[in-house]
Design a protein around this ligand. Sequence first.
Ligand SMILES: Cc1ncc(COP(=O)(O)O)c(C=O)c1O
Length: 466
Amino acid sequence: MKQLSTTEITEVWKKDKDHHIHPWTDFATFKDEGAMILAHGEGCYVFDAEGNKYLDDIGGLWCVNVGYGRQEIADAISEQIMQIPYYSAFGHHTSIPAAKLSAKLAELAPGNLNHVLFGCGGSVANDTAVRLIHFYFNQLGQPSKKKLISRKDGYHGSTYISMSLTGVEFDHIGFDIDRELVHQISCPNPYRRAEGQSLEDFCNEKVQELENKILELGPENVAAFFAEPIMGAGGVIVPPPGYHKKALEVCHKYGVLYVSDEVVTAFGRLGHFFASESEFDIVPDIITCAKGLSSGYLPLGATIISDDIAKVIGKPQADGALFTHGFTYSGHPVSCAAALKNIEIIERENLLQHVNDVGQYFEDQLHTLIDLEIVGEVRGKKFMMCIENLANKNTKELFPSSVNVGSRIADYCQKDGLIIRPVGHMNIMSPPLILNKDHVDFIVTTLRKAILSTTADLKREGYLSS
Ligand SMILES: Cc1ncc(COP(=O)(O)O)c(C=O)c1O
């Protein structure tokens, strides 16, 4: 690892602070504090520019699934660059990695999802799904079918349409979204269901809400429903049992396509290549994915569509017209080569089984934190977990948002060599899939200490009674 001098580190820090606009950043504090420079990664660990070591419990950003420092992926990337670094996939050209990866995704995806459009990430995969769905209904002679339904607290990305699909209200502050095209229903968060309501009743209520929304908008106007199998950035919300299956039935009753946004859940995070069928027993019409597809080694996203949709979009249109969608970097050969090697590693090292084994231990150990005064709920599955911190566990009352309880806990963890993600009052975890039981023990011990220190601070500041 190349170590920078203190002067060099300060120079880099200043260049970044003065010129690099960071996503999801509070400029008020950033202009003085700048960013932590991550300079190196190995396995489950990352190192800052000073050489301090951290266990990366967020996998970069839900994405470094096979862990850091994989020489094999670096080799696959450099070999492909020397073979041919780029060629457009427009029209009748392709590359060996793009051809092989699309066939591999068709093999791994459920049902008859056998056709792939590539892009550069998750937002673009969802945007692509929307353009494709509109084109599909135009081709079918149903041009009024355009509206999209998504859920509060869902996250689908940051392009104009994918942010309009996103239901995290905080993410919309100060920006515009398309409220004509996208309509939202509530979040199926079982923790917030009415006192005494059964999970089954809660599930039926949420599915009924979807059906009501389709009827309100008119089935002839509704094109698709977008849902993450488990909501990620909205707080790792695991829906009640049967929710997705019933929602899919409702969609199909009204000719509405079901898009499963597996940007986070695919490629092992829940112990399967895709969670839709393996974990939730549904075969959606479209799956979007990114992140773990290339383990973040290079940008890549994919929109995987069914044979039925492919048949319709593949029908000749008006004379000379084309399927005019795609990007310069659709099917980028080097990104596809990285993804192929990444999938090979997941298969060869049996990482899906590993996630199933260690994931259960991770869940069980994190659940021991429920005895802490401010921990209201520990939820999630396998390598996708969340802790919800509350001012009052009995009433489920939140701390004022200015308290930034999630950030306080994350800061304490970071001081002790653990990176976890603060999202409002919650802390989210999505580690590399190679996490082992010793790592889990370290995470849980460090978190317990951080939550206790935060609790003591909040008592001192009068946010909790002593
Ligand atoms: C479920 C989901 N969909 C879409 C996206 C957007 O992906 P990207 O940031 O690669 O555009 C994300 C990103 O976190 C996500 O979690």
